[in-house]
Design a protein around this ligand. Structure first.
Ligand SMILES: [Cu+2]
Length: 367
């Protein structure tokens, strides 16, 4: 695709335009899943399955000490799709509740899309899941009603079969981590008590009201509109409003349960639950495209928000006071020159490279 330079130029001695952005032309359009045609949905799903049919990427390396990441050893007979999940498991502590959260996941969705294009002939235009449509009645919403074997997301997993998804295009979708099992989705209306119980570190951040919160009460249309309109120019405030302990991001993971929440399959012993392997579920990428759209909408609403970035590189979970001071990561601080962590899975770049998704190597818009 072509690019138009808007670099400042001197013409007849007068400085005309000063901007360092190189705006891309012909951006791909990211649309809500339910506005796609059946063929478009089937094309995205077949690209997911194509990545799952591709072999392990031998370039992938775990970079976090295993005593910290607490993940199983890399399975070199797993698929390329499993590698995508594995790198997220490895990098878990560096990409959540840190300044890397939004940049990493923007880069991650883009990188998966690029792999779909390069390896699988996907034509681009990544879909997103606008779950505000589903918030009023998440369990019975239209999202879970499409059982088409080629284009449907499928319904909830069967409780008698460990919540394995039984219909739609992802029934029996095979996954290697934390151990081999088919895709699972398990409706969980009030997920936070179990989440807090999974770790004393996490438990200290929950009060009784939070423990009993219905997850779908956090991602209604008006709430997301308020997040987009709130905290102009304040990156930390914005990130917190989207990603606090019972915020929209985590709530969609947790209410969907199963692989999107990283609950342990029944057949796995020695498993520590958590969102680590949530990219197992293809819904992860539709969900994170929506998170990215919310960041994009916030960036575009106020001039100062477009380039706002502030965050640290280390989770500040020592205690609630420290976390209140550094909710999106403590020292050392990140900046727009910081490299996004890749585990050598995909080509990398800096945080600055992904601040604008219509310039540089990113070229897409949301509809
Ligand atoms: Cu993540």
């Amino acid at each position: 695709m072509g690019f138009i330079s808007t670099l400042g130029v001197l013409l007849s001695g007068a400085l005309l335009v000063v901007s360092n952005d190189t705006q891309c032309t012909n951006p791909t359009v990211r649309r809500e899943w339910r506005t796609l045609s059946r063929d478009e949905r089937a094309a995205w799903i077949s690209a997911v399955k194509c990545l799952a049919a591709n072999p392990h990427n031998p370039d992938l390396i775990a970079t976090v000490n295993s005593s910290i990441s607490q993940i199983p050893a890399m399975n070199t007979s797993a698929s390329f799709w499993d590698d995508i999940s594995y790198m997220h498991m490895d990098l878990n502590v560096k990409i959540h509740q840190t300044g890397m959260f939004l940049p990493f996941h923007r880069w991650f969705v883009h990188s998966v899309e690029q792999a779909m294009i390069d390896k699988c002939g996907f034509s681009g235009g990544f879909p997103y899941w606008n779950w505000t449509i589903d918030a009023p009645d998440f369990y019975t919403s239209s999202w879970w009603q499409d059982s088409d074997p080629e284009s449907g997301i499928g319904g909830w997993g069967d409780p008698d079969k460990d919540y394995e998804v039984q219909d739609g295009a992802f029934a029996g979708f095979p996954l290697a981590y934390p151990s081999y099992h088919p895709l699972r989705h398990q409706y969980t209306a009030q997920p936070f008590a179990a989440f807090a119980a999974s770790s004393p570190t996490i438990a200290q951040f929950f009060n009784s009201t939070m423990l009993e919160t219905f997850a779908n009460s956090t991602f209604h249309t008006d709430q997301i509109a308020a997040i987009i309109a709130g905290n102009p120019g304040d990156y930390v405030g914005f990130q917190q409003s989207l990603d606090n302990w019972i915020g929209a991001h985590g709530s969609v993971h947790a209410i969907t349960g199963g692989d999107l929440a990283g609950t342990c399959p029944a057949t796995t012993d020695d498993c520590i639950p958590g969102n680590k392997w949530s990219p197992n579920s293809p819904l992860f990428f539709l969900h994170h495209a929506m998170i990215d759209k919310i960041w994009s909408d916030w960036q575009n609403l106020n001039g100062t928000s477009a380039t706002a970035f502030y965050g640290g590189s280390v989770q500040a979970f020592d205690n609630t006071t420290y976390f209140a001071e550094y909710p999106n990561g403590a020292l050392p601080m990140l900046n727009t020159s910081s490299q996004i962590y890749t585990d050598n899975m995909f080509p990398g770049g800096t945080i600055g490279d992904v601040m604008n998704h219509t310039a540089g190597y990113l070229c897409y818009v949301y509809e």
